[in-house]
Ligand binder design. Structure first.
Ligand SMILES: Cc1ncc(COP(=O)(O)O)c(C=O)c1O
Length: 401
């Protein structure tokens, strides 16, 4: 009897095994294949969204609103703000107030707003490659200069080069730093000492730290997210935090993100600038979807994270058995696996050719994240296991042939 009850309690409610046809939905992952990879007959395992159905509680909330016949100008409800506040408290032990938060239409746009507001043309902005490539694009597209503080790859994985960071801050007078926490592409959650050191250096040298925490809710294998702003008073002074329910709940198409700034000296003028330009205006699909996700999506998220962990383990086991020259790095957060392919001894064009034209797999080329990504590919494992199994079998065949 007890055993039956225990099984019943553990029973999964959501299904991540169904293969969903995403063609003709305007999905970049599919529609962008030809432009990015030169062909369409490839399995899409690149851009960071998931091939899973979203949690039905979000769909229900959106449907209810869509059924109302008037789609006029809309205002974020108190319930929306409270859902974010409760989420941060419950999931990340972070206490925030409504006034410290702002809506932003996308995390990259939030980075761009901060770059435009806190720096001027020609200013230097630190990034830590290999890192999410739009950081550099935003910096350079706004005529600022990207100042690399490359991560160091050790036997134990990546770490920050804090001595180099200190030199850059002392000698190059950067105005800002863009931190990725957890760090894409390798899924690294920075430890508290590292974050404290970054914060202390930034405060000393008057550097604003934009912390992109979009992958924070997707911690796997027992790791815990540490919000940058939470680590010290220095961090609270310099931090502009950006995050969203978009990666967590697979709703980037709703374009809903938020910003958190604790320090009023940064926040008050910046938020005034955001709202004068109406950069903080939310559409109702974004706020309703966000509120439903944060209030009712927790069980779905729990099951999703287990599925992702199992997919990561599946990749690790498959490669250990069949492709030992490939070394998948186990992420601490998210559904992206940074694949060390240096054991194949191929040039980057040969590596990309192997994946795209021989194995017919569309992964992100590691050098997209900076030249430090040479010899690597980024694999998105947020797909049904059967798709992942097929993809790995194609890869093994292409390599072994
Ligand atoms: C670190 C990081 N920041 C931001 C984004 C994109 O955020 P948004 O779609 O809200 O601009 C991604 C998507 O992959 C990401 O990995």
């Amino acid at each position: 009897m007890w055993k039956i009850c225990a099984n019943f309690i553990k029973m999964e409610k959501y299904n991540f095994d169904t293969v969903i046809d995403r063609r003709n939905t305007g999905a970049i992952k599919i529609e962008g294949l030809k432009e990015r990879f030169g062909r369409e007959d490839v399995c899409p395992m690149w851009i960071a969204d998931m091939d899973f159905a979203i949690c039905p509680e979000i769909t229900a909330a959106l449907n209810e609103r869509l059924a109302h016949p008037v789609y006029g100008y809309s205002k974020a409800s108190d319930g929306y703000w409270q859902a974010i506040i409760d989420w941060l408290d419950r999931r990340h032990h972070l206490s925030v107030t409504h006034e410290e938060l702002s809506f932003i239409p996308g995390v990259v746009r939030g980075v761009a707003y901060a770059v435009n507001y806190f720096s001027s043309r020609g200013d230097k902005i630190i990034i830590q490659p290999p890192v999410y490539h739009p950081f550099k694009m935003v910096i350079e597209g706004n005529d600022r200069v990207a100042l690399p503080n490359p991560l160091v790859l050790t036997e134990l994985g990546y770490k920050m080069d804090l001595e180099h960071l200190e030199r850059l801050m002392a000698e190059e007078s950067p105005r800002m730093m863009i931190l990725c926490n957890p760090h894409n592409p390798a899924g690294i959650q920075w430890d508290v000492e590292t974050l404290r050191r970054v914060a202390a250096l930034a405060r000393k040298h008057n550097v604003v730290v934009v912390s992109d925490e979009i992958h924070a809710d997707l911690m796997v294998f027992g790791n815990e997210h540490i919000p940058f702003v939470s680590v010290s008073e220095d961090a609270e002074t310099v931090a502009v935090t950006l995050s969203a329910p978009s990666k967590t709940f697979n709703i980037p198409g709703l374009v809903s993100s938020w910003m958190l700034v604790k320090n009023p000296e940064l926040r008050v003028p910046f938020y005034r600038w955001l709202s004068s330009n109406e950069f903080d205006g939310a559409n109702f699909m974004a706020t309703i979807g966000t509120e439903a996700a944060y209030r009712n999506g927790e069980r779905w998220l729990g099951e999703l994270l287990t599925y992702i962990e199992d997919n990561i383990k599946f990749v690790e086991e498959f490669m250990a058995q069949n492709l030992p020259m490939l070394k998948p790095m186990r992420p601490q957060a998210s559904f992206l696996v940074w694949l060390d392919c240096r054991g194949l001894n191929l040039s980057q064009p040969q590596l990309v050719d192997l994946f795209v034209n021989k194995a017919r797999l569309a992964l992100n080329d590691g050098t997209m994240f900076g030249r430090e990504g040479e010899g690597f590919m980024r694999l998105n494992v947020a797909c049904p296991r059967v798709v992942l199994a097929d993809a790995l079998a194609y890869l093994a065949k292409a390599i072994n042939d």
